[in-house]
Design a protein around this ligand. Structure first.
Ligand code: ZN
Length: 202
C-alpha cells in the first residue's frame, strides 16, 4: 500500500472538479518529481489564496483583493436591468474577457444533479432569489447554464423558484441561444459564439 502522504495528497486532489483517484495520483507523482523550490512556491501560493482572494458578497465570484464587492458589482456604469446567471467563475471570466456583456452577474456555484440531491444546499439559490428581490432595477434574468441534464434541471428549478416574482414584477427570463451546442461549455466558447448566443437569447 502507498505511503500516507501519497494517499493524503491523492485524497486532497480529488476535490478538484472532474478529478478522479487515478488523475489525482498522477498529480502526486508529478509533484514528487519537482524540485524543492517549485514545491515551496506552490505551497506558499496556495496559502496566499486565503489571504488575497475574496468571494464577492453580491455576485459570488472570486476576485483578488479583500473588498466586500468585486469590481463589476462596484462599477456604476454596468447595466443593472440585466442579470446573467452562471454556473461557475470560469464562465464569468470568459464572458468578461470577451467584453460582450455589460450587465450584472450571479454565480450559482454549480448545477443541480438528479443523482446528487445534496448538491442543492451548496448552490447559491436562496441568495439568487434575495438578489433579485432586493434589486428592483432587474428586468431580465439571463440563464446561461450548460445544455445538459443538470443544466436543464437547474433552469427549471430557478424558473419555478422565481415564478411569483416573474409574475408580480413582469420580469423576463431568457436562456442563451444554442449556438452553444450540447456539452460545449461557456468557459471555452469564443467571442463570436458567445455574441451569437447572447443575440439569440429567448
Ligand atoms: Zn460581484
Amino acid at each position: 500500500m502507498s505511503d500516507p502522504i501519497i494517499s493524503k495528497l491523492t485524497e486532497l486532489f480529488q476535490r478538484f472538479p472532474g478529478i478522479g483517484p487515478r488523475q489525482a495520483r498522477r498529480f502526486v507523482y508529478a509533484l514528487a518529481d519537482q524540485n524543492p523550490k517549485y514545491l515551496k512556491e506552490l505551497a506558499s501560493s496556495i496559502l496566499k489564496i486565503n489571504e488575497e482572494i475574496s468571494r464577492c458578497r453580491r455576485c459570488f465570484r472570486i476576485f483578488s483583493g479583500k473588498a466586500k464587492y468585486c469590481a463589476v458589482c462596484e462599477n456604476p456604469s454596468r447595466d443593472e436591468s440585466k442579470l446573467l446567471v452562471l454556473e461557475k467563475d470560469a464562465d464569468l471570466e470568459n464572458i468578461e474577457k470577451n467584453g460582450i456583456y455589460d450587465g450584472g452577474y450571479f454565480i450559482l456555484g454549480g448545477l443541480l444533479s438528479p443523482l446528487k440531491p445534496e448538491k442543492k444546499d451548496k448552490l447559491n439559490l436562496k441568495e439568487l432569489k434575495s438578489r433579485i428581490n432586493e434589486t428592483n432595477s432587474i428586468k431580465e434574468i439571463v440563464l446561461a447554464l450548460s445544455a445538459t441534464t443538470e443544466g436543464d434541471m437547474t433552469r427549471h428549478f430557478i424558473e419555478e423558484m422565481l415564478s411569483e416574482t416573474i409574475k408580480n414584477r413582469g420580469l423576463k427570463i431568457t436562456n442563451l441561444g444554442r449556438g452553444l451546442s450540447t456539452g460545449t461549455e461557456l468557459e471555452y466558447s469564443d467571442r463570436d459564439t458567445l455574441r451569437h448566443a447572447f443575440e439569440n437569447r429567448k
